[in-house]
Write a protein that binds this ligand. Structure first.
Ligand code: NAP
Length: 268
């Protein structure tokens, strides 16, 4: 992707901020955005000093970005912390001077029925999956608009349309994220900030998703690279393509996403 295609601000390389970049889909997106010419801000909580329960750290992802020849910035961030999001937005514009693409990828998927879980876990899903993306858009979109435009891609799930999935905190917050996409796509259209959503409706192999399943071997998984196919295409669409919710299946039918991939489940 050329720099002009990727961002609206001419000059330095375009910048993407990816949340949930310590592992899974976010890590793959960060590496593939770098290969496509983006400098990447990698945000999540797990660092080499403070690793999480699952494998993967920001430093490892940042190394992948640098191996692809781009600048990486590993930023420890809990997306529930609005003050920290505000500080990151400020520092990003003070240091790198731009943000062309925000990918709201971080999420949690509490795996219990609502009344079998606690109100605290309900709030966790709302705070990570909905409030976090809102804070990031609220603090970055005005800066993107002032710089001439930008793009937001929210990552949703097929679960948004599956009330029977058994994870209401996840279903409700992903449905709300899709609704937020449509509202803000409308609201920010004139300011040239495109807000779109990618609804992933097929299982993709990640340690995080697998850890929430009783028997991962019961599911067929695809490779996270299909998300990169989709996100890179969405990042190239004109700024008046906004407020859209698209699925992997739709983009595959259009030849945007590669044909079906297969990954064998493993446990680390
Ligand atoms: P994952 O492996 O569980 O990774 C989730 C990421 O979110 C991690 O990097 C985690 O990093 C980060 N995160 C969690 N809480 C956070 C917080 N409070 N602040 C900042 N970062 C936080 O998930 P995934 O499978 O890659 O899924 C990525 C996205 O795709 C999610 O939006 C998910 O809903 C969506 N999706 C996935 C599938 C699938 O089949 N895998 C299907 C449908 C939709 P830290 O723990 O280091 O903070």
């Amino acid at each position: 992707m050329s720099q002009a295609q990727a961002g609206e601000t001419q000059g330095a390389a375009p910048v993407a901020l990816v949340t949930g970049a310590s592992r899974g889909i976010g890590r793959r997106l960060a590496a593939d955005l770098a290969a496509a010419g983006f400098d990447v801000v990698c945000a999540a909580r797990s660092t080499s000093d403070r690793p999480g329960r699952l494998p993967g750290t920001l430093e490892e992802t940042a190394a992948l970005v640098e191996q692809a020849g781009r600048r990486a910035w590993a930023v420890p961030l809990d997306v529930r912390d609005e003050a920290a999001v505000a500080a990151l937005a400020r520092r990003l514009y003070e240091t790198w001077g731009r943000c062309d693409l925000l990918v709201n990828n971080a999420a949690v998927a509490p795996a219990k029925p609502a009344l079998a879980d606690s109100p605290q876990r309900w709030r966790l899903a709302v705070d990570v999956n909905l409030n976090g993306p809102f804070y990031l858009i609220w603090h970055l979109a005005p800066r993107m608009a002032a710089a001439g435009g930008g793009r937001v891609i929210n990552i949703s799930s097929g679960a948004a349309k599956l009330p029977q999935f058994g994870r209401p905190g996840y279903t409700v917050t992903k449905a709300a994220l899709e609704s937020l996409t449509e509202c803000l796509g409308h609201e920010l259209r004139e300011r040239r900030v495109a807000v779109n959503c990618l609804r992933l409706e097929v299982p993709v192999w990640t340690e995080g998703f697998a850890a929430t399943l009783e028997d991962p071997s019961a599911l067929g998984f695809e490779d996270p690279v299909i998300m990169s196919d989709a996100v890179l295409w969405m990042a190239r669409q004109p700024l008046d393509w906004t407020g859209q919710v698209v699925t992997i299946g739709e983009l595959r039918a259009r030849g945007v996403v590669r044909p079906e991939t297969r990954v064998a489940p493993t446990r680390s």
